[in-house]
Design a protein around this ligand. Structure first.
Ligand code: P6P
Length: 333
């Protein structure tokens, strides 16, 4: 029987990769793992609750049924607050950042950004959803108040990033800049166990993932590229949950696109807690993540917590090809 390596064991074994690491990042990653297990428990019975929720206004434990993404947000903040390793949080669910009071005078060095439940509109139809997170070293003085600039950091400043996919099984995928590893939750022991080590994205593929319904609203160069995908009989896979769509591409190859449209002129997806963390992971796995205007996602200056970006992310050769189409067909400025 293969040795089981739990997430905790793996994180501890990699702690030596961090010069001067004194365990805070290790603690932070473990706290996120705990929050993921709690959210997973609720996501897995959401279908049941929503059925019961329709018949009654209360869930099985007597609480008022909370909207699941708010529940996930609350649990992530709770878990990150208890450890004392996190000084502040920026979440899709909160307009502004949240300062985390120190625990027993612990001076936290890190801030965490997250989308607590990406794709949550899918939960009622039992389609995979996920949590996306990124970890930065704070820029403000340790021990002092958290400042906005602690969150206005480019993707290249990420210390760690990852996601939890609540799907047919529950996976936690993360990187600290030394490759990408995935852990599958074993519900029989309640542990995330190492299941995919040093993930490498296929250099090319034949999946493309875009909301084809917006085709007529794309710029000409993006329409030409989508036409090219159709000409090559690429397979369209798009389930409206970025974390699930990108996860497929990470494992099977392909490209995910969310271009600018008339409704979302700067793209729909959020730079800080969707594009940057997933961009870090895909780049660490050998892929590329750029905007539809050909800027590297992780180089974009962050000027707002909820800043949007267009994105093309996935297999390097497919992103290269999309880049060539944009250059060839882009209307002159
Ligand atoms: P559309 C989910 O709401 C989300 O933020 C991403 O997870 C997903 O890829 C995208 O929006 C779907 O957006 O406009 O295609 O419905």
């Amino acid at each position: 029987m293969n040795k089981i390596t739990t997430l905790d064991e793996f994180i501890m074994s990699r702690q030596k990769d961090f010069a001067y690491a004194s365990g805070e990042l290790t603690g932070l990653l473990r706290d996120i793992g705990v929050a993921a297990k709690i959210v997973n428990r609720e996501v897995n019975k959401a279908g049941l609750v929503s059925i019961l929720g329709v018949a009654e206004s209360e869930n099985t434990s007597g609480d008022t049924v909370q909207k699941l993404d708010l529940y996930a947000n609350e649990k992530l903040i709770e878990c990150l607050s208890n450890s004392g390793e996190c000084a502040g949080i920026a979440s899709e669910e909160d307009e502004d950042f949240v300062a985390i009071p120190s625990v027993e005078g612990k001076e936290s060095k890190y801030v965490v950004v997250f989308d607590p439940l990406d794709g949550s509109s899918n939960i009622d139809v039992n389609v995979s959803v996920g949590t996306i997170f990124g970890i930065y070293r704070r820029k403000s003085d340790v021990g002092g108040p958290i400042e906005r600039e602690d969150f206005y950091q480019k993707g290249t400043d990420l210390v760690a990033a990852g996601y939890v996919l609540y799907g047919t099984s529950t996976l936690l995928v993360y990187t600290t800049g030394r490759g990408v590893n995935a852990f599958t939750l074993d519900p029989t022991i309640g542990e995330f166990c190492l299941s995919h080590q040093n993930i490498q994205i296929p250099k090319s593929g034949n999946y493309y993932s875009v909301n084809q319904g917006y085709y007529l609203k794309f710029d000409v160069e993006m329409r030409r590229y989508v036409d090219h995908c159709c000409d090559l009989n690429y397979r369209l896979r798009y389930i409206g949950s970025m974390v699930a769509d990108v996860h497929r591409i990470l494992f099977q190859g392909g490209i995910f696109l969310y271009p600018n449209t008339r409704k979302y002129q700067h793209g729909k997806l959020r730079l800080l807690y969707e594009c940057n963390p997933l961009g870090f992971i895909v780049e660490q796995a050998g892929g590329r993540a750029i905007t539809c205007q050909l800027e590297r996602i992780m180089d974009i200056e962050v000027k707002d917590l909820h800043q949007r970006a267009t994105i093309a992310i996935g297999s390097p050769e497919m992103v290269d090809e999309m880049e060539a189409f944009v250059k060839k067909y882009q209307a002159p400025a």
